[in-house]
Design a protein around this ligand. Structure first.
Ligand SMILES: [Zn+2]
Length: 549
């Protein structure tokens, strides 16, 4: 008999068995009870959090023949769903079938009545991967779906789904499954499988799964294959190339004691052993974060990685402030891994930076207080004081502008004028009028949470709260796609340059400093070149324009 993975074997068949997502389950259950079923749903959330599972249970419930006990798990419809061969439940993976033809086929068949059940349910997974053409084709169907059709769109990246689709769906946001819920489920599974385990090993599996129940069960599958009937912490370490908490604390100690050579040797060894450096970095952040939580709360029950003994060890004789700076440095480095091919060397630099950072803060503390070993009793106010200070150190010592060249953005700020900014700010308030406009929604939504940083004659600089959105705005602008929207919104052709809010803060500091030093770059010159005719066509549609020779 072939082996059935735990994920498939223990996949919930009823809402009662779903782990986490209580609010979603409850709302959908009520919808079924009251027969208030929408025609399109959007399930958003991280991988493995139950989007497809809940879709299938929902599809089963609305097609169940026993109206009083849905799902009855006995009628023909229920059984067909269970066996995965219900003809009216159609699953499409947009990541693999992203062609317009595929969706055309779907739309063709949408009009036919269901074969077996009451509803035809289309479950479209990773819907954000669909091509723009396919999206648009689908849009018309969603606007006026036949009464017997229900769409369930699932996505891990809702920001990439066209706003015109989102606005026509009932949206549900799935959250990561908590360690507590996950642990409980895993214990149940192991009990049913009759497998012994160390409690600590289960905690590790849950941490590795990072909120995804599906991942947790796949990890468990591998661990069981390796260790058979007794799962130990060592097994999990060995399979997943992760360090024990003790080893991670030791690494922090090497940093704290300025043992640079040993530190570098350790990193080399980790890389050679195939230890996941990204994960190690995020684990160190987690460990230090827990020490800070402990500083403030003195409550070990709030911790999930460290136990009481470890939390004191992990403070590595450093003050709260110093550990917050270390967290800052680690987080900064973690961000950079996305662009790095050699993660190990970034990690080394990070550890060295943490050493030198402490020297700096020791020196300043020595000069101010004349005492390097006083333990600082944290109070909440102090934390607020620390935050901007660490940011200044971080931001001025390194350039963190990733998307746009820092010098260029400074030159944009130099060329900006308050009068333009005041004008643009008023007009930007009209942004919300375009959120649902089929021509402009994409651009309006990208700018939805922006802060207008500066305006020049031919450009604006905006700050947004995440790097991906900033990149997307800059990309759209570089392709010339943004400028028409700016013409509609600002009544002036302007280029849009986007930075993140973090970059904004650091740039303003930098601007002030360089202004005092008199070292600011000259004002940027931004050329706006667009074809007037193209613009008019885009605004009014080609068919409405007659061209005179
Ligand atoms: Zn049934």
């Amino acid at each position: 008999m072939s082996y059935i993975t735990l994920y498939r074997k223990y996949r919930p068949a009823r809402f009662e068995d779903v782990v986490g997502q209580e609010h979603i389950v409850k709302t959908l259950q009520n919808a079924v009870k009251q027969n208030r079923i929408a025609h399109a749903y959007l399930f958003c959330g991280p991988r493995g959090t139950g989007k497809t599972t809940i879709s299938k249970i929902f599809a089963k419930m609305i097609n169940c023949e026993d109206e009083k006990h849905r799902p009855c798990d006995q009628c023909e419809n229920c059984l067909a769903v269970q066996q995965g061969n219900h003809p009216d439940i159609i699953e499409i993976d947009a990541a693999s079938n992203n062609g317009v033809n595929e969706v055309r086929d779907l739309i063709e068949k949408v009009k036919y009545a269901p074969l077996k059940g009451k509803y035809k349910v289309y479950i479209i997974d990773e819907v954000h991967m669909m091509s723009a053409g396919a999206f648009n084709a689908l849009l018309k169907t969603i606007e006026e779906p036949p009464a017997h059709v229900i769409f369930i769109f699932a996505t891990t990246e809702p920001q990439k789904v066209l706003p015109t689709i989102v606005s026509r769906c009932q949206r549900y946001d799935f959250t990561k499954v908590s360690i507590k819920d996950m642990t409980k489920r895993i214990r149940d599974v192991l009990l049913q499988e009759n497998i012994q385990y160390e409690e600590e090993a289960i905690r590790l599996v849950c941490q590795l799964a990072d909120g995804g129940m599906r991942d947790a069960l796949s990890i468990l599958d591998q661990v069981i294959a390796y260790s058979q009937n007794q799962i130990t912490v060592e097994d999990v370490h060995a399979i997943y190339g992760i360090l024990s908490v003790e080893e991670k604390i030791n690494l922090l100690k090497l940093v704290a004691d300025h043992k640079a050579t040993e530190c570098m040797e350790t990193v080399h060894r980790l890389v050679e052993k195939g230890i996941d450096i990204r994960r190690t970095t995020s684990d160190l952040i987690e460990i230090l974060k827990e020490t800070v939580i402990h500083d403030y709360s003195k409550d070990v029950h709030l911790l999930s990685v460290l136990n009481e003994e470890e939390v004191y060890e992990a403070k590595v004789s450093k003050t709260t402030k110093e550990r917050l700076q270390m967290i800052d440095e680690l987080m900064n480095t973690y961000e950079k891994y996305r662009f790095a091919s050699n993660v190990g060397s970034y990690f080394e630099v990070c550890l060295l930076n943490m050493m030198s950072m402490e020297e700096q803060s020791n020196v300043s503390r020595e000069t101010i207080q004349g005492n390097t070993h006083e333990s600082v009793q944290p109070v909440i106010q102090e934390q607020e004081k620390i935050k901007p200070e660490t940011e200044v150190i971080k931001e001025t010592s390194k350039n963190t502008v990733k998307g746009l060249d820092k010098e260029f953005v400074l030159s944009l700020l130099v060329g900006a004028q308050k009068a333009y900014r005041n004008e643009d700010e008023i007009k930007m308030k009209q942004l919300s009028n375009y959120y649902l406009n089929p021509n402009w929604a994409r651009f309006a939504n990208l700018l939805r949470d922006h802060i207008l940083v500066a305006s020049g004659e031919d450009y604006i600089v905006v700050a947004v709260n995440n790097q991906a959105v900033a990149n997307e705005i800059n990309e759209q602008d570089a392709q010339g796609a943004m400028i028409d929207f700016m013409y509609v919104l600002l009544l002036k052709k302007k280029k849009v340059f986007a930075i993140t809010e973090d970059e904004q803060r650091s740039l303003i500091q930098e601007f002030k400093k360089r202004h005092q030093e008199g070292t600011l770059p000259p004002a940027a010159s931004v050329q706006v070149e667009i074809d007037q005719l193209e613009l008019v066509k885009n605004l009014f549609g080609e068919e409405n324009i007659e061209i005179e020779e």
